[in-house]
Design a protein around this ligand. Structure first.
Ligand SMILES: [Ca+2]
Ligand SMILES: [Ca+2]
Length: 417
C-alpha cells in the first residue's frame, strides 16, 4: 500500500471482511505477540472508513522486529555435501513509488548477513569449522518480489574434518542486518535472528582405511587396497581429483640399478597453489643423481589452499577437502621413503591417477588417463606417466608452476623398466 506521504510502497496489515448487516459501527485494535498497540487503534468507524485503519510500519518499527521463516528450524547436513536452507519472508518489501516496475526489481534489494558464532569470518570452499557457506559474500539477498511463495537459499556444506565423529557437530546460523538503504521505513534495520540449528553428519567413516601408498621401490597400494608394482622411472600422476583442482605428482628414479626405482619428488597442487619437495637432480634408470641438499618450493594463493606441516624430515600436506598427503625423506640415502595419501569423502568415485578410482571395489581401480574402463596394470601405469617434454608436470622446467631449475630428465640407456 502507498505510505501516508505517498513516497513509498509499504507493507501494511488491514482488516478485510464483508460488510455486516445492520447499522453497525466498528472498532479496530491491533496486537503483536498478544500486546495491544493502543496507539494504532481506531474507534467508532463506519464500514467505508475501515480502509484507513491499516497497521503501518510506523506503528511498530523500533518496538518490534520482523522475522524470517526457515523451512525447518533444524537441518542435517552431510560432510562434503552441499545443502540448501530455504528462507521465506512472509511480508512484502518496501520500495519507492517513483520507480518503474523494472527499476523496483533492480534496485529494491535487501541484504542480510549470515554468520555462525564459531566462525570469525565467512570462507569459501570447505575450510571452516562445522559448516562452510558457499554464498559469497556470506549472506542472502532478497529481491523486491522475493516474499510469500518466493524463497531465497543459503548454501551450506558440512566441513570434512578428517575424523570419524560419533556425535553430530552442531552449529547455529544467525541472520543479521545493520540497515538496508532501500528501506527508509526501518523495517529491516538491526535485525538479529539466531537459532537455525545445523547438525553436521559424519561421512569420514565411509573412507576408513582408504590409504594410497607409494613405498620404495615403489610398491603401490590403491585407495581401495589393491597392491601392485610400479618399478618404473619418470614423473607420474599419483593422485588427481575429477572435479576439484587437486593433483599429486611423484618422481621415481633408479635406486637399485635396473632393478628398482624410489620416490625422489613430491608435488602437491591445489589450483595455482603448490608445494614441491625434490631430492633427486637427474632422473635416470641407472644413474640417479641426488641433490646435495633436498629442495622445496611453496606457493600459496590463499593460506587455506594447502595446509603444510613439517616435522623433522616428515611432511604432511592437507587439501581443504581433508585429503592428506604424507611423506618423509630417508636419512641415509635422501630418497623419499614413501608417499601416502589418505582419502577423504570427496574422493569417493572422484579419484584418478595411480591411487586408483576409489569406490570400495578393487576391480575397477586401474582406470587409465583418458579412459573410463579399467585396464591392465602396465597400460594403466604408463598412461599416468608424464612425458619428459610435457608442460603438465609440476616439476617441469617449462611448467609455469615451476621455473628456474637445472634439473634433467635422462634415460641413460634407452632401457625402460
Ligand atoms: Ca568427520
Ligand atoms: Ca575402485
Amino acid at each position: 500500500m502507498e505510505s501516508k506521504d505517498g513516497g513509498y510502497l509499504e507493507p501494511v496489515f488491514l482488516c478485510t471482511f464483508p460488510p455486516l448487516v445492520g447499522d453497525i459501527i466498528y472498532d479496530v485494535s491491533w496486537f503483536i505477540n498478544d500486546n495491544e498497540l493502543t496507539w494504532a487503534a481506531s474507534n467508532a468507524l463506519s464500514f467505508s472508513e475501515l480502509n484507513s485503519t491499516a497497521l503501518r510500519p510506523s506503528n511498530w518499527t523500533g518496538n518490534y522486529s520482523l522475522n524470517f521463516e526457515p523451512e525447518q528450524n533444524k537441518y542435517y547436513v552431510m560432510e562434503g555435501v552441499r545443502s540448501q536452507i530455504k528462507l521465506t519472508s512472509t511480508i512484502p518489501f518496501s520500495c519507492p513509488l517513483s520507480l518503474s516496475k523494472e527499476m523496483r526489481e533492480a534496485f529494491c534489494t535487501y541484504y542480510f548477513f549470515v554468520w555462525t558464532p564459531l566462525e570469525d569470518s565467512c570462507r569459501n570452499g570447505m575450510a571452516s569449522n562445522g559448516i562452510a557457506m558457499a554464498n559469497q559474500p556470506c549472506g542472502v539477498t532478497f529481491n523486491f518480489r522475493d516474499w510469500g511463495n518466493r524463497s531465497v537459499h543459503i548454501n551450506v556444506t558440512g566441513y570434512v574434518d578428517g575424523m570419524i565423529n560419533y556425535n553430530y557437530r552442531t552449529t547455529y546460523l544467525h541472520i543479521a542486518s545493520t540497515r538496508n538503504p532501500m528501506d527508509p521505513l526501518g523495517i529491516w534495520d538491526n535485525l538479529n535472528i539466531g537459532g537455525i540449528e545445523v547438525k553436521v553428519v559424519d561421512r569420514d567413516i565411509l573412507v576408513t582405511g582408504r590409504q594410497c601408498i607409494s613405498s620404495n621401490d615403489p610398491h603401490m597400494t590403491t585407495f581401495d587396497g589393491l597392491p601392485w608394482e610400479n618399478q618404473r622411472t619418470g614423473i607420474f600422476v599419483l593422485y588427481q581429483h575429477k572435479t576439484l583442482p587437486y593433483a599429486v605428482h611423484v618422481i621415481y628414479s633408479e635406486c637399485v640399478p635396473r632393478r628398482a626405482t624410489c620416490n625422489c619428488g613430491v608435488a602437491v597442487r591445489n589450483g595455482f597453489s603448490y608445494y614441491i619437495v625434490r631430492t633427486c637432480e637427474i632422473i635416470s634408470v641407472q644413474n640417479t643423481k641426488m641433490l646435495a641438499v633436498p629442495y622445496e618450493k611453496e606457493y600459496l594463493c590463499e593460506a587455506a589452499d594447502l595446509q603444510i606441516v613439517k616435522s623433522g624430515k616428515h611432511y604432511t600436506v592437507t587439501f581443504p577437502s581433508g585429503t592428506q598427503v604424507s611423506f618423509y625423506i630417508s636419512s641415509w640415502n635422501n630418497f623419499i621413503g614413501s608417499v601416502r595419501i589418505r582419502a577423504s569423502v570427496s574422493d569417493i568415485e572422484s579419484s584418478l591417477g595411480l591411487c586408483g578410482f576409489t569406490n570400495g571395489d578393487t576391480s575397477d581401480d586401474f582406470i587409465p588417463k583418458d579412459g573410463s574402463h579399467p585396464t591392465d596394470p602396465n597400460t594403466f601405469a604408463l598412461s599416468w606417466r608424464i612425458s619428459m617434454d610435457s608442460n603438465n608436470s609440476l616439476f617441469s622446467m617449462s611448467s609455469s608452476f615451476y621455473l628456474g631449475t637445472s634439473w634433467m630428465y635422462v634415460f641413460n640407456s634407452g632401457f625402460e623398466f
